[in-house]
Design a protein around this ligand. Structure first.
Ligand code: SF4
Ligand code: SF4
Length: 446
């Protein structure tokens, strides 16, 4: 694609990067067929190619973001399905990140929208605040469906409806979990923010599985939200401040105890941590440290696939439909590891139709765009239920919450099933939903 930026514009490193990205797009439109918003809405401006044109026009002409740009960029899920499809290797992720940051700086949103985004950015990345907010939302939960039908209150309705009916207790985990048996490695595990409140059992399962496999697991003191949630809302400064804190904490850990990897159990966060090198490329104080941290980041399935797990302790005979989170399959290009790990552990693994399409979770998308998110969820759930699974496995808490809100089939994290198969307890959600008799006929001593 031809571009028309002036030399003065190109002196801005962010513009220079976006210009390079824009030039790689050849307008072929292959990406439209796999873009969830284009598939649902059929509007060229809700396709990757349409958004690329809107962003190009905004940047080239040095315009503040218009209502039209905001509408169509806001509807983008950042699912990155378009990047998997694109034959020209267009780096849409960094282009839309730049557009979101520019929208945040140049567009004044209506009051309610601004207030909602400010609240989400001030609450979600902080586990204590998030826990309090969820406890308050519990009282309003019965009103969620009513609010969702009142014009202007749809987003409040979505938030109330997605609040869990019960919250697991906040259990403290030890800062260091030593390897059992011969020590093979040492990793830091991202504790994160929302997942640590919604389902602390996921990281507990990862720690059990890793330590049983000879890996020491460190929960680095002072680490927190990776910055993904504010980053996707265009709140660059806040996202960078959170990321810097984690980079400092992990750098200290690398330089004292040494780390083989930074393991992440939420793929949305993993995509962001792997991008730290790009985020800080123009920051001389952080560029090297950020690149080092990014190079160590691994999704838990990616790390587990590379180490010997031994023989499963049981053969859980359950049909598992694997839901590929967009951040894992498109953001990190990890497609086979979770499925092959589950199959090796003895599960019968299936994948649903349209597995490349987003479930509508996408960070805060299901709260900010509840109508489109709801349609995507229903489509995803129908495809998954058609495979008649005993359980659904996914590698991202956002997808788990979104899909669980539309189905009665239990949804668990891939690592919880693996932990169970290799000697850990039955995942709590599975025990609750399938009942003792169904589970008793599942695991059989090897
Ligand atoms: S597939 Fe790639 S090159 Fe073709 S229009 Fe989409 S982004 Fe541009
Ligand atoms: S990131 Fe997803 S929703 Fe956004 S343009 Fe690409 S395919 Fe469409």
């Amino acid at each position: 694609m031809q571009t028309n930026f002036t030399l003065a514009q190109l002196a801005d490193p962010d513009i220079a990067t976006s210009e390079k990205i824009l030039r790689t797009c050849v307008h072929c439109g292959f990406c439209t067929a796999t873009c969830p918003t284009y598939v649902l809405l059929g509007d060229e401006l809700d396709s990757p190619r349409g958004r690329i044109y809107l962003i190009k026009d905004m940047l080239e002409n040095d315009k503040p973001a218009s209502e039209e740009v905001v509408t169509h960029v806001d509807r983008c899920l950042s699912c990155l399905s378009c990047m998997t499809t694109c034959p020209s290797g267009v780096d849409y992720m960094h282009l839309v990140d730049h557009a979101r940051a520019r929208i945040e700086k140049t567009y004044r949103r209506p009051f309610l929208d601004r207030a909602l985004r400010a609240v989400l950015a001030a609450v979600l990345p902080y586990p204590r605040r998030f826990r309090l907010a969820l406890a308050a939302a519990w009282f309003g939960r019965p009103l969620g469906a009513i609010a969702a039908r009142i014009p202007g209150l749809e987003r409040i309705g979505a938030m109330l409806s997605l609040a869990p009916s019960k919250l697991p207790a906040a259990g403290a985990m030890p800062p260091v979990s030593p390897a059992l048996g011969e020590k093979r490695g040492r990793v830091a595990l991202l504790q994160g923010c929302a997942q640590s409140v919604l389902d602390p059992g996921i990281n507990a399962a990862a720690i059990r599985l890793l330590t049983r496999s000879g890996v020491e697991v460190v929960l680095a003191e002072g680490e927190g939200c990776c910055g993904a949630l504010p980053h996707h809302m265009g709140k660059e400064e806040r996202a960078h401040a959170l990321a810097r804190r984690n980079i400092d904490v992990w750098t200290r850990e690398i330089e004292t105890g040494g780390l083989d990897a930074i393991v992440v159990t939420t793929s949305g966060c993993g995509t962001t941590v792997k991008d730290y090198g790009f985020m800080f490329r123009n920051d001389p104080a952080y560029a090297d440290k950020a690149a080092r941290v990014a190079s160590l980041a691994k999704d838990v399935s990616e790390y587990l696939e590379a180490i010997p797990l031994g023989k499963p302790a049981s053969h859980p005979r359950l049909d598992v439909t694997y839901h590929a989170a967009c951040s894992l399959q498109h953001g990190q290009q990890i497609r086979t590891a979770p499925k092959s790990l589950l199959a090796k552990a003895g599960f019968k693994v299936r994948e649903a139709a349209e597995s490349h399409l987003c479930c509508g979770s996408a960070g805060t998308y299901n709260l900010l765009q509840p109508e489109i998110a709801g349609r995507l969820r229903d489509r995803k759930v129908a495809n998954i239920e058609a495979t008649k699974p005993d359980v659904i496995a996914a590698g991202n808490i956002g997808c788990m919450t979104q899909i669980a809100s539309g189905t009665g089939v239990p949804v668990v994290h891939t690592v919880e099933l693996l932990d169970w198969a290799y000697g850990g307890p039955v995942p709590e959600r599975l025990a609750d939903r399938l009942g003792a008799s169904r589970l008793a006929s599942g695991p059989v001593a090897a």
